[in-house]
Ligand binder design. Structure first.
Ligand code: FAD
Length: 364
């Protein structure tokens, strides 16, 4: 089996393929875990079940949230850095509705009152009147998880650019890299934003969107935040090295920022004014990552058809935002489908070439 892409999604496919007895897995990737050009290297790493007004997607996210701890149990050297998260990025009424909706979908979310917030976030200066508490939300180090999944998969990883997918009639026979042709009858494309270009080599038009996410890392600090927090115009969490990882408004696009260094410094200043800490908060470094965004916002996982609507054999696509949340089951259920031909209901609504309107996603 060939997997194109060594981010968290490729790693999950490799791990689950190996678990299912696939013993020859070759991963081809132009960037490796930790490289700044990967989305996985630039992630915030919040695993959660939220997808307002989209039950099908929220169900998939929740299933991933429940599956992550099981996966962690099977992989040595992998753990989450925190459990539980507080969110108050909406007005009170909206937040209450969001909580109610997600409770009705069996998510472990509840309202946290001001006095509870004071207890759990003792270093926060301006306590909001209320917040949503996601009891099972996790924070995961994306690069570490990716490396450990690959390590446990026994796959061979080659740093190379894939130029073309090679097909004969409607059957995949391999890929062409910068250096050679590698033959295989099963190719998984877990190439994030590289997927449209790869698919164009077999005449499949594939659109994806992208936005640029800025995250700043402080130098290590004493324990200040036990839980990730997301307010109206900021999100922050403290990792296991003691660094705060801070972003602005969730999903902000930094591509039009004129002076990114100033914006990074400002995020630190703003955060130091929000937290009770007398020492200096110093910028260590910042990351800028392109989010791989399927056009309708939902993951895209599955087999492809050509422009005549004919099935292509041996090619499987998996691209998504929230890949840290979604990769575990994308890989597990994706590999099940590749090996057995059976599609699990949890991914039923995420066919790669189906774009769902907002209205449709609210009705399924
Ligand atoms: C700022 C930011 C914050 C985020 N926060 C969160 C969060 O809190 N929670 C969450 O769940 N998700 C979050 N995400 C999203 C998540 O990080 C991504 O969805 C996930 O990392 C995507 O993983 P991937 O493996 O699909 O893509 P990538 O990590 O980009 O990996 C794709 C790989 O494919 C390779 N590739 C592409 N084209 C080719 C080619 N032609 N030949 C060979 N190799 C190729 C690339 O080199 C790359 O290594 C965030 C993303 C960003 C940028």
């Amino acid at each position: 089996m060939i997997i194109v892409g060594a981010g968290i999604v490729g790693a999950s496919f490799a791990y689950h393929a190996y678990q299912n007895g696939v013993d020859k897995i070759t991963v081809l990737s132009s960037h490796l875990p930790g490289d700044t050009k990967q989305a996985t290297s630039n992630t915030w790493g919040w695993v959660n079940g939220y997808a307002s007004n989209d039950k099908s997607y929220a169900t998939f996210r929740l299933a991933n949230l429940n599956y992550w701890p099981k996966l962690i149990n099977h992989i040595s050297n992998l753990n989450y850095t925190s459990k539980g998260a507080f969110i108050w990025d909406q007005g009170e009424k909206e937040l209450q509705q969001t909580i109610k909706q997600h409770q009705s979908w069996r998510q472990s979310v509840k309202i946290s009152t001001k006095s509870e917030l004071k207890k759990h976030l003792p270093n926060l200066i301006n306590i909001p009147p209320m917040a949503c508490f996601g009891a099972d939300d996790l924070a995961i180090d994306g690069v570490r998880a990716t490396k450990e999944l690959f390590k446990a998969s026994g796959s061979k990883i080659i740093e190379t650019n894939v130029k073309e997918i090679v097909c004969e009639s409607n059957n995949v026979i391999g890929v062409k890299t910068d250096d050679e042709i590698i033959n295989d009858d099963e190719v998984i494309i877990a190439a994030g934003l590289g997927a449209p270009k790869l698919l164009s080599t077999i005449n499949i038009p594939y659109e994806m969107n992208s936005s640029l996410g800025l995250l700043v890392y402080t130098k290590p600090l004493p324990p200040l935040l036990k839980y990730p927090i997301t307010g109206f115009d900021f999100h922050a969490r403290q990792d296991d090295k003691g660094r705060l990882i801070i972003g602005g408004k969730f999903d902000d696009d930094s591509s039009k920022e004129e002076n990114i260094n100033d914006t990074a410094e400002k995020l630190i200043q703003d955060m130091s004014s929000r937290l009770n800490y007398n020492g200096d908060m110093i910028l260590d470094h910042f990351t800028l990552g392109k989010r791989p965004l399927p056009v309708d916002g939902r993951p895209k996982i599955g087999r492809l058809v050509n422009q005549k609507g004919e099935k292509l054999n041996g090619i499987y696509l998996a691209v998504m935002h929230s890949g840290i949340t979604n990769a575990p089951l994308a890989g597990k259920l994706g590999i099940d489908e590749v090996l057995t031909g059976k599609r699990n209901n949890l991914i039923r609504d995420f066919s790669p070439q189906k774009i769902v309107t907002q209205e449709e996603s609210q009705n399924v």
